[in-house]
Design a protein around this ligand. Structure first.
Ligand SMILES: Cc1cc2nc3c(=O)[nH]c(=O)nc-3n(C[C@H](O)[C@H](O)[C@H](O)COP(=O)(O)O)c2cc1C
Length: 357
């Protein structure tokens, strides 16, 4: 494939970030974003929770909030796509501008606040994709969150499970976006156990014998004691996996000063090491027994490989797509194959947690 992104990037970077994102979505919907190749090498294929992942690189939540471009995202080469965060009712999110880029450091700050068209529109879009006879191969995860106006979070998560659970390959309970007041407070044992209890009960009612695996997405800004408590809670609640991590509230000194003063969650390169460390910690805390998805500042195969060696079975990307374009997915998979072979490994699963010795 010819990489046209070096030509498209300067044009996209002249446009306000959210407009550039919306333009990208509409080009994708029209089939105008060049397709990558889905890397389908048996060395990279894995079955987790009974689901077949053609490769370990997924599209992280927030890119496709309304499940509008799941098909085109698979055509970019992703092995799985996580749509959302969707909330029960449509909402506008925070005032614009609310996405900021620092191209010198391949970093993004966002304070979107879950703008989305609500679960009915989301469901209709997803149904359209799922009903396609020749739809691309890959796993579809649904990331759910609560409306800003909701004082009882469990109610929103339960209704989303009821409505969307039967259509999901897996569901992600997002309790880690920094832009919805009170959301990160759910990252504590008691409120989380209560929430997961309610969600699991609803899942049982709505999905019967085919319950989608339940994953929880956590923030990178948790101290060691909090990580320990949450790892134990995740195991006690018998959830199926963790997504590590969401954006950070950190503001490293080296970032452009106007950029670093923006409120919101920071992602991209400044998050790489911090999120890898969190993956490392949770792999250790859960004894390698709980599948982890590593996300945060992955922009090449080496960084993906480090997350996998730290304990991630799968990885996701978002910010690096902005800076590197759609060829990124195939590049990561190709480099992963090279790195596995260089280490004398014959399958990706042999690299998962390898950094722990
Ligand atoms: C503009 C933007 C919007 C995001 N929206 C969501 C969201 O709705 N739900 C969510 O769980 N994560 C969201 N994220 C976080 C990403 O899914 C990911 O966890 C984080 O950006 C770290 O990965 P990255 O460095 O590859 O971007 C968003 C990130 C960005 C940059």
């Amino acid at each position: 494939m010819i990489n046209l992104y070096p030509i498209a990037r300067p044009l996209l970077f002249q446009i306000e970030p959210e407009k550039a994102h919306n333009l990208t979505l509409s080009l994708m919907k029209r089939g105008l974003v060049p397709c990558g190749k889905q890397t389908n090498d048996p060395m990279l294929e894995q079955t987790l929770w009974g689901l077949k992942f053609p490769n370990p690189v997924g599209l992280s939540a927030g890119f496709d909030k309304n499940a509008e471009v799941v098909g085109p995202a698979f055509k970019m080469g992703f092995g799985f796509v996580e749509a959302g965060t969707v909330t029960p009712k449509p909402q506008h999110g925070n005032d614009k501008p609310r996405i900021f880029r620092d191209p010198a450091n391949d970093a993004v700050i966002n304070r979107m606040g879950f703008p989305n068209g609500g679960m009915n529109a989301f469901k209709a879009n997803l149904e359209k994709f799922l009903s396609q006879k020749d739809r691309p191969r890959g796993v579809v995860g649904l990331n759910i969150g609560m409306n800003k106006s909701q004082a009882e979070p469990a109610k929103d998560y339960a209704i989303l499970i009821k409505m969307l659970g039967p259509m999901a390959d897996y569901m992600t309970i997002n309790i880690s976006s920094p832009n919805t007041p009170g959301l990160r407070d759910l990252q504590k044992r008691e409120p989380l156990l209560e929430l997961l209890g309610a969600v699991k009960e609803e899942r049982k009612k709505a999905c019967g014998d085919h319950p989608p695996p339940l994953l929880v997405k956590l923030a990178p800004d948790l101290d060691e004691a909090q990580q320990e408590e949450l790892a134990k809670t995740a195991m006690d609640a018998e959830i199926d996996g963790l997504i590590l991590t969401n954006t950070t509230l950190d503001r490293p000194e080296h970032l452009n000063s106007n950029f670093r003063n923006e409120k919101g969650g920071l992602s991209g390169q400044p998050l790489t090491e911090k999120s890898t460390q969190v993956v490392h910690n949770f792999y250790k805390l859960t004894g390698g027994k709980m599948p982890l998805i590593g996300v945060g500042g992955i922009s090449n195969g080496r960084q993906a490989y480090e997350k996998i060696r730290a304990g991630a079975s799968l990885v996701q990307v978002y910010s690096a797509l902005v800076f590197k374009g759609p060829g990124l997915v195939e590049d990561i998979n190709t480099e992963l194959l090279t790195l596995l072979k260089a280490d004398g490994l014959s399958h990706i699963s042999e690299a998962v947690g390898a950094a722990h010795g």
